[in-house]
Design a binder for this molecule. Structure first.
Ligand code: T46
Length: 142
């Protein structure tokens, strides 16, 4: 987990592990563990060694990211604070809301990264250029 302060709009959420003698189960419900209505889910797996992903921010999208298996390193950045978060256990998720630049690195070969999102896919919601991202941050903080 990240020992440094997280950017504005980012929060780590610990999920309740419902384990018994058979193994483990985690339940995620909108309005409970997930603080928004879930409109979309997607997952990233089979990421090739050395490949990084992301490198964008979202104008509106809220997401909860967690690994179902394996690990990866996330870089999150609100234009002022930049932090690294290692996701390596299925009982912790990273909530990202607001204007946050995100990058994903160091995927383990067995990593399955799950995203729960509050909106359908919309390419227009992406800021794919860091300069456009910082300009958008300046606009909302002006
Ligand atoms: C994010 C990080 C964590 C779709 O058709 N529908 C979808 O819902 C998504 C997420 C992607 N796509 C298509 C668009 C691209 O042709 O799948 C392809 C790969 O998407 P992208 O390059 O955006 O993937 P990442 O890993 O760079 O970013 C993704 C999410 O797009 C993004 O919202 O926050 O994971």
């Amino acid at each position: 987990m990240s020992p440094s302060p997280l950017p504005f709009g980012c929060r780590l959420i610990d999920f309740t592990l419902r384990g018994d003698e058979r193994g483990s189960l985690i339940a995620l419900e909108a309005g409970k563990e997930v603080p928004f209505e879930i409109r979309r889910t997607y997952y990233i797996f089979g990421t090739k060694e050395g490949v990084s992903r992301g490198f964008h921010a979202h104008r509106q999208l809220q997401q909860l990211l967690l690994v179902l298996n394996g690990s990866c390193r996330l870089v999150v950045d609100d234009g002022e604070t930049r932090a690294e978060v290692i996701l390596d256990r299925p009982d912790t998720g990273l909530l990202i809301t607001g204007l946050v630049w995100r990058e994903m690195h160091d995927f383990s070969h067995d990593c399955v990264l799950l995203a729960l999102a509050d909106r359908p896919y919309d390419p227009a919601d992406y800021l794919r250029n860091y300069a456009d991202f910082t300009a958008a941050v300046k606009q909302i903080t002006a």
